[in-house]
Ligand binder design. Sequence first.
Ligand code: DGI
Ligand code: FE
Ligand code: FE
Length: 195
Amino acid sequence: MELKDIQNDLQIVLSPKRFRHSRGVAETARHLAEKYGADAHKAYAAGWVHDCAKELSLTEMQHIVQEAGIKADKYLLSSRALLHGPAGSVLTETKYGISDRDIQSAVYFHTTGHPDMTLLEKIIFLADYIEPSRDFPGVDKLRKLAEIDLDEALLAAYDSTISHLLDQKAYIYDLTFTGRNDLILKLKEKTNENK
Ligand code: DGI
Ligand code: FE
Ligand code: FE
């Protein structure tokens, strides 16, 4: 499918607010890709589709991932917040015809991240957080940090998500923790190398 046709479909399946958010993620991701040396076309397309499954029911998401043979644990399978990434990555391929694995994995992991993220995965994770229609305390600081250091901004986004989940007494998925810890170790190594 051409990107224009994908956008037309998203306009139908997403609320106006979510559609605006998706455009914001696409444009922010393209900017970050140009800045940090990732493929800007892939970043733009991944940004558009990253939340394509967000407004499906949990049952629909479960069907999609099970039919695709994705191994999902009970925590992933029981949460729309966690499952819309994996379900969206399936639709990226089956509904929108995007066979690019880098784009698919950026969509798959955009909510939780994971250890050893690719540059494109980091960009989508962060763009999701800071795109122009996002409005939460601290977002401007994060936007500024994203212009200076991608990994430091990613860590701040992880920490803000985790704090928020702690405040809500929510279940925190393993990949959210292990992704954050992996990044902390890598940033410490980077600091030590520069000493
Ligand atoms: O889909 P968006 O709203 O654009 O953003 P997102 O895909 O980052 O999803 C955000 C939601 O996911 C938000 O309500 C926090 C939640 N979330 C992120 N990591 C975890 C999580 N929820 C749980 N329960 N556990 C996590 O580890
Ligand atoms: Fe999302
Ligand atoms: Fe999003």
